[in-house]
Design a protein around this ligand. Structure first.
Ligand code: GLU
Length: 465
């Protein structure tokens, strides 16, 4: 049997990280078993679905690098198929027309509530042996209801949550088509999972209530039942459900924060799943290790510091040329032209261990492409009269120095000795004058990368200022 999984987002907003984790687990499950991963866009909610959201899903999937083998399928393009299945169910008696008006349903609800019972449809249009149905009212378009079994229970072994059992008594005869004939949400999911031969439905546990209804409909259709695995929610640091208003929830937010896609996936994998103490791993390792059995049934909390730590590990491991390409747009936003200075990949090699994300990486790289004078406070601290005089003398040393990190390091040490001062009294003013900040890596390496001409020009400008 070929494993077939799917990711079935509703395009009603940006791609949420909870959705990405669902996609990741479904994807990894299929990849590990040489299976097939399907992308399906559940766009039947016409009021909330937008083409922009569809695009955001496709872009987000592309950005994180989760490739699908089939799809994207769009539910709106499958309407004829859903209607065909509904006709078949009406014909074989697993579904029926119901002509109840809104008022009748409201009255049923009020009566049930008055009796202290759960509001439910009283099945008045449900055909039964020996039962006489009411006469269909003229001019009313009926809904179609699923004929849910009356007795027994629906049970399944959830791959994450364990055995779940719901009494059929608890389930109403679900509306599967509206008066205008359009199919409803749960019904489309069922037909799709059946037609797409999905063997493992891995999704968020906000859908756990839909599962017994979907299983009953699949059974009525004579369709094979997939394995279901419901993933626990991701909570924010305060233990609340992640929300658009409070938290960074969309994939775009993370790319804007300079998080690498592989780091986001690594971090999301760790939310609700674990492999011993392993925190930092590649996507390939994750696929090798992943199984639904190790997914925790309880919700997990988003920990931003941990995500940044993981991002840092992935940045260290990443190729410098690739990091350079990814950092370029952030640098451009800071008004820096990476063409006007040392090769960005070399700058990144020097800086990347010092930061946790691409935004900070770009911020730290600015002085390689632009000379900002040290802020007043820093200048007051490091560029006083004595320091400036010393820098003037050091400028002459630099003018004649051999230009590579080792030679520059030796030149600085010799100068420090000749001046009879401690290293910081040369190093800090030099950084402040050349870089406009004292927060830099080893100054010999920085000078080497900047080049003699630039360094001398900056010193001249600072000393003239
Ligand atoms: N479209 C649903 C959602 O975005 C998922 C349905 C499913 O996975 O069965 O929440």
């Amino acid at each position: 049997m070929t494993v077939r999984t799917r990711f079935a987002p509703s395009p009603t907003g940006l791609l949420h990280i909870g959705g990405v984790r669902t996609a990741l687990f479904s994807w990894a499950y299929a990849r590990k078993r040489q299976g097939v991963f399907v992308l399906r866009i559940e766009d039947t909610d016409l009021e909330r679905s937008t083409p922009e959201s569809v695009q955001a899903i496709l872009d987000g999937m592309h950005w994180v690098g989760l490739d699908y083998d089939e799809g994207p399928f769009y539910q709106m393009q499958r309407m004829d198929r859903y209607k065909e299945v509904i006709q078949r169910m009406l014909a074989d008696g697993t579904a029926y027309h119901c002509y109840c008006s809104r008022e009748e349903l409201d009255a049923m609800r009020a009566e049930a509530e008055a009796r202290g019972e759960k509001p439910r449809y009283d099945r008045r249009w449900r055909p039964e042996r020996g039962k006489t149905l009411p006469q269909p009212p003229a001019g009313v378009d009926p809904v179609v209801r699923f004929r849910n079994p009356l007795d027994g229970a629906v049970a399944w072994d959830d791959a994450v949550k364990g055995r779940i059992e719901i009494a059929n008594e608890e389930l109403d005869d679900l509306i599967i088509a509206r008066p205008d004939g359009t199919p409803t949400y749960n019904f489309c999911v069922v037909v799709d999972d059946w037609d797409m031969a999905i063997t493992h439905v891995i999704r968020g546990d906000d859908h756990v209530n839909n599962t017994p209804r979907q299983i009953n409909i699949l059974a009525a259709l004579g369709a094979p039942l997939p394995v279901y695995g419901h993933l626990p929610m991701i909570l924010n640091a305060d233990g609340q459900k992640m929300s658009k208003r409070r938290d960074a929830v969309s994939v775009v937010d993370y790319s804007e924060q300079g998080i690498l896609p592989e780091a986001l996936l690594n971090y999301l994998a760790r939310l609700g799943w674990g492999h011993g103490d392993d925190e930092f791993f590649t996507l390939g390792q994750f696929v090798d290790w992943f199984d639904l059995e190790q997914v925790s049934p309880s919700p997990s909390r988003f920990d931003r510091d941990k995500m940044l730590w993981i991002n840092q590990q992935h940045m260290k491991a990443a190729d410098d040329a690739r990091l350079a390409a990814l950092t370029l747009p952030f640098l451009a936003r800071l008004g820096c032209d990476a063409g006007q200075g040392p090769a960005l990949a070399e700058v990144i090699a020097l800086l990347k261990e010092r930061v946790t994300n691409l935004v900070d990486l770009a911020a730290q790289a600015t002085y390689f492409y632009r000379h900002d004078a040290a802020p007043a406070e820093l200048a007051a601290q490091h560029l006083g009269e004595e320091s400036r005089a010393r820098l003037g003398r050091f400028k002459d040393v630099l003018a004649a120095a051999e230009w590579n990190p080792e030679a520059l390091s030796a030149a600085i040490k010799a100068f420090v000795a000749a001046e009879g001062v401690k290293m910081p009294l040369v190093g800090m003013p030099l950084r402040a004058a050349v870089c406009g900040t004292t927060q830099t890596p080893s100054i010999d390496k920085v000078l080497a990368l900047l080049g003699r001409e630039t360094v001398l020009a900056r010193l001249t400008a600072t000393l003239a200022g």
